[in-house]
Write a protein that binds this ligand. Structure first.
Ligand code: GLY
Length: 431
């Protein structure tokens, strides 16, 4: 069968890599893809914006695509699954109503609050309620800060601000409602309590009726070592998570993920595709931070290399709404992913810088280089975005995986390359 992957990041390269190993696949395509994906799939440079859904449809029909897998959230929130399904095509991903789980923070928060799913307490305001929002903030107790303010809509990791004082929260509110920093996405906001703890990502494959959880991963969101600096799309990840015991895992599943899935069903929402739960653990209690409606990036890059099953039948089952009772099997080995980012990231990104060392790494066993923001420029591979490459290493222990990964990184270079040196450091001594 022919499969199309929509997207151009490290997550999509990793998906393409995993799918290309399936005997079920004849030809693999990607829209728009990147320099790495183009080594294993035929890439077509069509943007994934709503205006181009018609062009994507034409491509699907011309190339006899049997299954389309949508990577990024924006086309899902814009309704690409509804559009292609109505034309008779099989698509992996939630429809527009279901994608609200990521597309609207207000929707998700209200869903969780009305179904007693543990999450930070929140208040909601529309742009027309500026005075009400200001009085609410002025009434908060200074000793209960920080508070978190979030844009309702998609903001690519930038729409969440942690305010340490009333002044900072009022300033952030001004950014949302007066300066319009987030455009339409920031017309509605959520102000919620801050929960401190450690974060866990649980990605589940869903067919509308049931779900299968993938193995856990942890993401590093801050740009600098020690979790300092600005938030990013993710600077690294590792899997599995040695500090999550069975009791905590069952709580995540039974208090958060399954109740959400059932709550969606109660609202007549048929959730298919990936339900990605971003969890924060305080003490031994998990709380829902946010849901995403797609594979995590860079979590996918550490989870899929540990999956022993062929992923294609599972994705097909989810898209068809008929997930069999499949037992997923996982490598005991540990994976560590380090993101190499371009100069200026996350505020800006540098494009067109030549990347060296990629050929040397190709021959290294258990090191995978998934491309994110790259493109071909003649016979050279150049940077083309904020997150440029994901170096993933797999080994018996986290310590070995870290050594393998960071050794590989020493061979790679491009102008202004930045990366964190502490990915999976805290689990290095665990087995
Ligand atoms: N790793 C964060 C995300 O995929 O949104």
């Amino acid at each position: 069968m022919n499969i199309l992957i929509i997207g151009s990041g490290g997550r999509e390269h990793c998906l393409a890599w995993k799918i290309s190993q399936s005997k079920l696949v004849d030809k693999l395509f990607a829209i728009p893809g990147n320099a790495g994906i183009s080594q294993i799939a035929v890439c077509e440079n069509i943007s994934c914006s709503k205006e181009n859904f018609g062009n994507i449809l034409q491509f699907i029909e011309k190339n006899g695509i049997h299954l389309t897998i949508v990577g990024p959230e924006a086309p899902l929130v814009d309704g690409i699954v509804d559009y292609l399904s109505k034309k008779g095509h099989l698509v992996f991903g939630p429809d527009q109503t279901a994608a609200q789980i990521e597309g609207s923070k207000v929707f998700t928060k209200k869903l969780c609050m009305s179904h007693d799913i543990p999450t930070a307490k929140a208040e909601f305001f529309n742009k027309s309620e500026l005075d009400k929002a200001i009085s609410y903030i002025k009434g908060l107790k200074e000793n209960e800060f920080p508070y978190v303010i979030k844009a309702d809509g998609l903001a690519y990791g930038k729409g969440v601000i942690i305010a340490q004082s009333k002044e900072e929260l009022l300033d952030a509110l001004d950014g949302f409602f007066i300066k319009n920093r987030f455009g339409k996405s920031g017309q509605d906001i959520v102000i919620e309590e801050f929960i401190s703890g450690f974060e866990v990502s649980l990605l589940c494959l869903c067919d509308g009726k049931k779900l299968i959880p993938l193995d856990l991963a942890q993401d590093y969101k801050k740009i600098f070592d020690g979790d300092n600096g600005k938030n990013t799309g993710g600077m690294g990840s590792y899997s599995p998570l040695p500090f999550i015991d069975e009791v905590l895992y069952e709580k995540i599943l039974n208090k958060i993920v399954l109740p959400t899935f059932h709550a969606l069903k109660d609202e007549n929402i048929n959730y298919t595709g990936v339900l990605y739960a971003g969890i924060i653990v305080r003490g031994n209690e998990p709380y829902l931070l946010e849901y995403n409606c797609r594979f995590g990036d860079p979590e996918t890059q550490v989870v899929l290399p540990r999956l022993k099953n062929d992923i294609v039948p599972v994705l097909l089952d989810c898209a068809r709404g008929s997930l069999r009772d499949i037992k997923l099997k996982w490598d005991d080995e540990k994976t560590v992913c380090v993101v190499l980012a371009s100069k200026g990231y996350p505020e800006t990104s540098s494009k067109g810088d030549i990347i060296s060392g990629l050929e040397e790494i190709k021959s290294k066993k258990d090191v995978f280089v998934f491309h994110a923001g790259t493109k071909k420029d003649g016979d050279k591979t150049v940077t083309d975005g904020g997150r440029v490459l994901n170096v993933v290493a797999k080994a018996d222990t986290f310590k070995e995986a870290r050594i393998l990964g960071y050794e590989a990184i020493e061979r790679i270079g491009f102008n202004g390359m930045q990366f964190r040196k502490d990915i999976a450091l805290k689990v290095e001594e665990t087995l």
